[in-house]
Write a protein that binds this ligand. Structure first.
Ligand code: MEV
Length: 438
């Protein structure tokens, strides 16, 4: 059994690696070489990455791809996507081109409110607490002025603070439930700083509120934190066209395709097992853009899936209908994104991604990300309801299998050509490699 180590974070990067490779790896020399191979030769750039987190030992690469031809609200975008899954960028590009020829995507931001809460315990007279809150509220806002003044200058800040009685769920449990407008910032630091100030003011003011008994004055703050559930930071994106414009596939009529597609969406609306996979496909597109633009994909994931369950049952994030011969397909999702702050100025590739998108505002980025999710879902459902998913997926996965077998460039050219007309399966590829090599 390996021993624990104290003071690991204080070691230099090289010392950390030395401890790691000698403790965990039989071939410590190769492990060390591999870790160093991924260091950037540009020392300043490497240091920047080292300092993003604690205990950095190397970099972990993901491909950054682009999907061109996205027409969104009549503006053309090439969308950056950071993702490892073979078929995602190809699928997005295909869907972009398909809808470019049919008028593109339309997107609109519905709301941009974010939420944060101070969770606290109070065991006393509720009427007195309500009375206290009316005097407290202006003080909460006043005491946070030093935090909010810059945001206010730009038109954002605290929108409202409510007192919420949650004693039906937990005895003595109340909240300060605050709403914020954080403009182009994702706003986590801003919101959390405001909330921590609210908590201090709440605690202090309670001590001086004359109507409270000694026990009532002793409000216990449990925690102050933003919520990643943002149902009022909502964006909608849609595509639509005449049903007869819908298919390029000679094996299925446009009407049949449209009906099958709508049915597939309905299944995801009512059947959670399908909805999870359906939404996972949407998140393939969303996460890839969120990551490429330096946003917090864990926050987005958590918020989006909570939204997908808002009616008490996990359901599809997209919807589709055919009405008067018009096919419409749309998505509605909560997205708390930022185009300033966080990694946006720090990570050179994030800066590049944002420049590629034309330096969007947070609202514009919400629209782009929602479209990426919708496009991804369209591509997945189109394959699923026609050819099946494996045809396209395995075509894209072919390169991974070839790399796994260390195929030479010459072998790759031959095998890619061969599999243009043959079905890709793992065993078929292995068989063809072996044939070539013997
Ligand atoms: C694979 O990453 C995503 C899909 O499974 C999505 C779907 O089934 O809709 C293809």
């Amino acid at each position: 059994m390996t021993k624990t180590i104290t003071g690991f974070s204080k070691l230099s990067k090289s010392e950390k690696i030395d401890w790691l490779v000698s403790t965990y790896f039989t071939d410590s020399k190769s492990a060390k070489t591999l870790l160093k191979q991924y260091w950037n030769a540009n020392e300043k750039l490497q240091q920047l990455h080292d300092e993003f987190i604690e205990n950095t030992i190397t970099n972990y690469y993901l491909p950054l791809g682009v999907a061109p031809n996205f027409l969104i609200n009549n503006k053309l975008y090439t969308i950056p996507m950071a993702i490892e899954e073979s078929s995602v960028v190809a699928a997005a590009s295909k869907a972009a081109k398909f809808w470019y020829d049919r008028g593109g995507f339309k997107a609109e931001v519905i709301s941009t409110q974010k939420i944060g809460q101070v969770h606290f315990m109070y065991h006393g007279d509720v009427a007195k607490l309500n009375q206290f809150f009316t005097t407290l509220k202006p003080k909460l806002i006043e005491d946070s002025k030093s935090i909010t003044k810059n945001m206010e200058k730009r038109g954002g800040g605290i929108l409202d603070i409510e007192l919420k009685n949650k004693t039906q769920d937990i005895e003595g449990y109340y909240q300060l439930h605050a709403t914020f407008e954080t403009l182009d910032a994702m706003g986590a630091n801003f919101i959390n700083s405001c909330l921590e100030q609210f908590a201090k003011t709440l605690k202090n003011q309670a001590q001086c509120f004359d109507l409270f008994s000694a026990e009532e004055k002793d409000i216990e703050i449990i925690m102050s934190i933003l919520s990643n559930y943002v149902p009022d930071c909502l964006v909608r994106a849609k595509v639509s066209c005449k049903v007869e414009e819908l298919t390029e596939n000679p094996n299925i009529s446009a009407q049949e395709f449209a009906e099958k597609f709508v049915q597939a969406v309905r299944i995801a609306e009512v059947e959670p097992f399908r909805a999870v996979t359906h939404n996972k496909g949407i998140m393939n597109g969303i996460d890839a853009v969120v990551l490429a633009t330096g946003n917090d994909f864990r926050a987005v994931e958590a918020g989006v899936h909570a939204y997908a369950s808002r009616h008490g049952k996990y359901s599809s994030l997209t919807h589709a209908k055919i009405e008067d011969g018009i096919f419409t397909f749309w998505i509605e999702i909560p997205l708390a994104l930022g185009t300033v702050g966080g990694l946006t100025k720090l990570h050179p590739l994030v800066r590049l991604a944002l420049e590629l998108l034309g330096e969007p505002s947070a609202k514009e980025l919400m629209q782009i990300v929602a479209v990426a999710g919708l496009a991804q879902n369209f591509a997945a459902l189109r394959s699923l309801t026609t050819t099946g998913i494996q045809e396209g997926h395995m075509k894209m996965h072919l390169m991974n299998i070839l790399n796994q077998f260390e195929a030479t460039s010459e072998e790759k050219v031959k095998l890619v050509e061969y599999f243009k007309t043959n079905t890709v399966t793992h065993s078929a590829v292995v068989e063809e490699i072996e044939k070539l090599r013997h």
